[in-house]
Design a protein around this ligand. Structure first.
Ligand code: MG
Length: 286
């Protein structure tokens, strides 16, 4: 197991692999943070009403013990990185009816997917850079799903078994280039266009409904709920995994609710997912 969360040891098979992903228990929350100039996975627990990093533990290694600190670190003082280092980021387009409508699109009859490159990932507090090549960059607040085990051809009824946990994603998009280009490689792929974080959390139930919100400079721009997904999460995982092997740490961005809008230099953009927390990033011009 590398620090990236990828496993070399697990065999690929045509269904569920040899090791089950261990879904994070309701109380379990993890971050990636800097400690002694090294990036580590940290376990977060609430102590006396304050979120603390109580030790290190890689959630991608099933059964790995927590190495507890003598002195827990306050979470809000930690230098955070993105909580996952995905080998790929698979995004779902137009998965909320109202969002499809606002951009003048039909709800797709079949799932619409695209990639963001791993090089676009930034962590909480990092800066989104508006590229000179675009004059219209939008925020898209989304529920991020983190894969916990290597898998392929996952049937719908087994989808929950391959999910390790959840996070917030901002699928930052150059809307002008998206309209111009047949493929969205440029529109979705600039460096800094995939803020992820602040933590990896278990215990969410996107089928029952999880709130997803975006605020820009404190003003609510998007407010949705995963119960309004056009395609539910088990169908997304079935659909994607019939094409490609999913690796531990891979990230699925599940689509954005209505209310997307422009980002300009100086903005502070926040994505909140109920049960995860708030991912906050500033915006600058290239
Ligand atoms: Mg999106």
């Amino acid at each position: 197991m590398t620090s990236s969360g990828r496993s070399e040891s697990r065999e690929l098979d045509n269904g569920l692999g040899t090791a089950e992903a261990v879904p994070l228990r309701k109380t379990m929350k993890f971050c990636r943070f800097e400690l002694h100039n090294e990036v580590q996975y940290g376990l977060i627990e609430s102590q006396h009403g304050r979120e603390m990093i109580v030790g290190t533990c890689n959630p991608f290694v099933p059964g790995e013990p927590v190495r507890r600190f003598g002195d827990p670190l306050p979470f809000d003082k930690a230098k955070l990185h993105a909580p996952v280092t995905p080998s790929k980021i698979i995004c779902v387009g137009r998965n909320y009816r109202e969002h499809a409508k606002e951009l003048g699109n039909e709800v797709p009859a079949d799932l619409l997917t695209f990639f963001k490159p791993p090089s676009s990932v930034i962590g909480p507090g990092a800066t989104i850079v508006l590229p000179k090549l675009s004059q219209m960059v939008h925020h898209e607040s989304e529920l991020g799903v983190v894969i916990g085990k290597r898998c392929r051809n996952v049937p719908r009824e087994s989808a929950r078994d391959v999910i390790l946990g959840y996070t917030c994603v901002n699928d930052v998009s150059a809307r002008d280039l998206q309209k111009k280009d047949a493929q969205w490689t440029r529109a979705k792929g600039f460096d800094t266009f995939c803020p992820v974080g602040p933590i990896l959390a278990g215990g969410l139930d996107p089928w029952a409904g999880v709130g997803v919100e975006c605020r820009v400079n404190g003003e609510v721009r998007q407010k949705g709920n995963t119960r309004d997904f056009v395609f539910p999460l088990d169908e997304i995982i079935r659909y994607v995994s019939q094409v490609m092997t999913l690796e531990p740490g891979d990230l699925i961005a599940t689509g954005t609710p209505a209310g997307v809008g422009p980002l300009v230099a100086g903005d502070k953009v926040e994505v909140s997912v109920e049960g995860v927390g708030t991912l906050s990033n500033s915006v600058v011009d290239e």
